[in-house]
Design a protein around this ligand. Structure first.
Ligand SMILES: Nc1ncnc2c1ncn2[C@@H]1O[C@H](COP(=O)(O)OP(=O)(O)OP(=O)(O)O)[C@@H](O)[C@H]1O
Length: 319
């Protein structure tokens, strides 16, 4: 297991240390993460979604060892974050949400500094820096000071920093925020490429990003995990209402016929002989609609089931 989070809780305010039974505090306590469990297998790319303030960054900071948990355990690459913090740091590449960079340093100077903190030997480090600059597409900007770089290129420096010590696990907190569409596509490609032989947990607010990159999605809301699974599984599990659009040769003289199909809850006429038919439960209406059309001599020219978009699922689960 590359990441194993068990029963993790984080409270801000109140007591600063780990909880022991019966411990209480007078200060206002904000429970940012509430008994969550989550595992990420080696080689998986997992999208971590949730509305603002849901607890994504808090979970990621704890997983990288930057913040202590209030309760629960976290292991990265088999190392416990509390008992083996240095092994955890070696195992993880972390791009924090507000990518902290030294603006006065040159790109290579900064990467050399970041690499030396990881104890990478000088000769090996030069080669690693060259390779990472190439990998994240910093070639043209590599001789600038970080303060002279655009947001997208600063983000690439952060990504290069996270990858420098060749960690098996990458934790990226909103790595594509504020990038233009071209940069977005390039950084996504970088994440996909590094994800071929690394475990990646990344947070984002962009649904298409998850659809484009991830094997699996975890959705957190108010500190609790409300969904966890492959995208296809989430789509069918959260289906709730199944919607089918049936198109006939023209408007039906008796559209109420459609409501006689077992399971149909609502029929909404659209234009050009189309009807949006909603079933309350997870049943496929298409066969029944087809048979109904045949029985009543109605010419059915189209029939398609609408897929739940990740956006719809997200809204449903986090409202
Ligand atoms: N240092 C802190 N002190 C007190 N409360 C905090 C602190 N950091 C985060 N919080 C609170 O914890 C909750 C979770 O915040 P967190 O930053 O983990 O959410 P997030 O899902 O990453 O949000 P966003 O998508 O807006 O970045 C929020 O209510 C936030 O206000």
């Amino acid at each position: 297991m590359s990441i194993r989070v068990q029963n993790l809780t984080k409270e801000y305010g109140g007591s600063s240390g780990r909880k022991s039974s019966g411990q209480s505090s007078d200060r206002a306590v904000q429970k940012a993460v509430d008994h969550i469990s989550l595992t990420v297998q080696p080689g998986e790319i997992v999208g971590f979604l949730g509305p603002n303030g849901a607890g994504k960054s808090t979970t990621m900071k704890i997983t990288t060892g930057y913040l202590p948990p209030t309760d629960g355990t976290v292991e990265v690459n088999g190392f416990d974050i509390l008992t083996h913090p240095m092994d955890v740091r070696r195992s993880v590449g972390y791009l924090p949400e507000h990518n902290p960079l030294y603006l006065d340093l040159y790109v290579k100077e900064y990467l050399r500094f970041a690499g030396s903190l990881h104890g990478i030997k000088s000769r090996e480090l030069s080669q690693r820096i060259t390779d990472m600059i190439e990998l994240v597409g910093l070639g043209r900007e590599q001789h600038k000071r970080i303060g002279q770089l655009s947001k997208g290129y600063r983000q690439r420096v952060g990504l290069a920093q996270a990858l420098l010590h060749n960690p098996p696990v990458l934790i990226l907190d909103e790595p594509t925020t504020g990038l233009d569409p071209n940069q977005l596509a390039e950084i996504r490609q970088v994440i996909r490429n590094v994800g071929r032989d690394k475990t990646v947990l990344f947070s984002t607010h962009i649904m298409q990003e998850v659809e484009a990159i991830c094997d699996r999605v975890v959705i957190i809301n108010r500190g609790r995990i409300v969904a966890d699974g492959p995208l296809s599984q989430l789509r069918s599990a959260s289906a709730g209402a199944i919607v089918v659009v049936a198109e006939f040769e023209g408007a039906l003289p008796n559209p109420e016929l459609l409501t006689s199909v077992p399971g149909v809850e609502q029929v909404e006429p659209l234009e050009h002989g189309q009807y949006r038919i909603t079933a309350g439960t997870d049943i496929d209406l298409r066969g029944a609609i087809f048979r109904l059309a045949a029985d009543h001599n109605l010419t059915l020219v189209g029939l398609r089931q609408q897929e739940n978009s990740l956006e719809t699922i997200f809204k449903e689960l986090t409202k």
